[in-house]
Design a protein around this ligand. Sequence first.
Ligand code: PLP
Length: 421
Amino acid sequence: MVITKEKPALLGGSKVFSEPLPKYISTGVKETEAAIQVLKNGVLSDYIGASGPFFMGGQQVRALEEQWADYFNVRYALSVNSATSGLHAAVIAAGVGAGDEVIVPPQTMSATATAVVMANGIPVFVDQEEANCCISPEAVESAIGPRTKAIIAVNLFGGPAQVQHLRELADRHGLILIEDNAQAPAGKHQGRWLGTIGHLGVFSLNCHKTIQCGEGGIVVTNDDRLARRVALVRNHGENAIEAENWYEDADIVGYNYRLTELQAAIAQVQLQRLEELTQPRLKIAEALDEGLSEFKALRTAKVEKSDRHVYYVYPIWIDPQQAGLSRDIFVQALQAEGCPVGGRYVRPLYRLPLFQRLQKESKALVSNSSGCPMAEKAYGETLLTTTLIQIPGAIDVVEGFIAAVGKVLAHAEELTHQKGK
Ligand SMILES: Cc1ncc(COP(=O)(O)O)c(C=O)c1O
């Protein structure tokens, strides 16, 4: 039921949520037991940065990788110590080097594009689709040139980019498609797991994700050579190529991107619980979809039947004209009600000082001379997100959230008048 008469908290009324909402914690007894077992064994990591049986890590790392490959039906799953290092390894594995261009979306976590910079490549920012803020295949196609080596698509907020379309495009042009799937474990596109449609897919196991081991990542691929190159980047590959007779990859600089045994043991339990931890998000998202559908000025993610959005966060788009208030005042007013919302997501990356400098040096590009209007619109006017879907038991407070939205929108004029545009 939408409460419209009550004054919004931002105008001096009482808050919908007077107590802070609980935090998402995904780990429990089973993870604790798995960690204790590793501690009792005393082998906290079991890699050796040289060729031999431990070049590919210890027992827990290998078990995790086997389970991950099984779960997502891929030939190779290689664990790394973050999705950032996984993206770096994937970009190097794709053959990106000095002066090679990689097409990336603008509204994403910075590591999507810094991974390219770390490999001495040139990130080329192209616009996103209005519908889901994921990279636009049309914009990608028009940015492909003689120096393009790869495309990175991000399955943003837990929902699919048009990765099948992008894979076909990449194959047609002889490019490598990397899926940055940090936010979408267990998401699907056209019935297939997200992260497995590109030539390489990168998952994150950091503490903000649906499943986690504190920090960590997994790179998946079905390609022998790409898998081998990721393994070389992960663990001082320059030391291993001689004995392994991998001379065609001899110029790779290896890093230490190794996941520990402790983290791998925790991640195994989390993987077994992925569906259990995803389901509550889907239920809350369904209730939010339904509740928010009565507000014509708001739009939520449209999910095709053969796709699955897994809601890392729940995105909402506002039409400020129709709502009669700006996105920023809307967000401010919802926050005053105690709702867990944030505006804007992230600044289009080409605006960050790093990428501004790199653009001046022709080491980063914005592909179209008219910039990325969809990214600017989402960032400046329309996009907000809520982490309500992460909160344990939040299904019971969806009604309160919808009531807060109703209260704020019913006082749009007053809020705009008092808080300014
Ligand atoms: C889209 C995206 N890519 C990459 C990363 C980097 O992940 P990690 O923290 O595991 O390095 C994140 C983390 O939030 C992300 O959201």
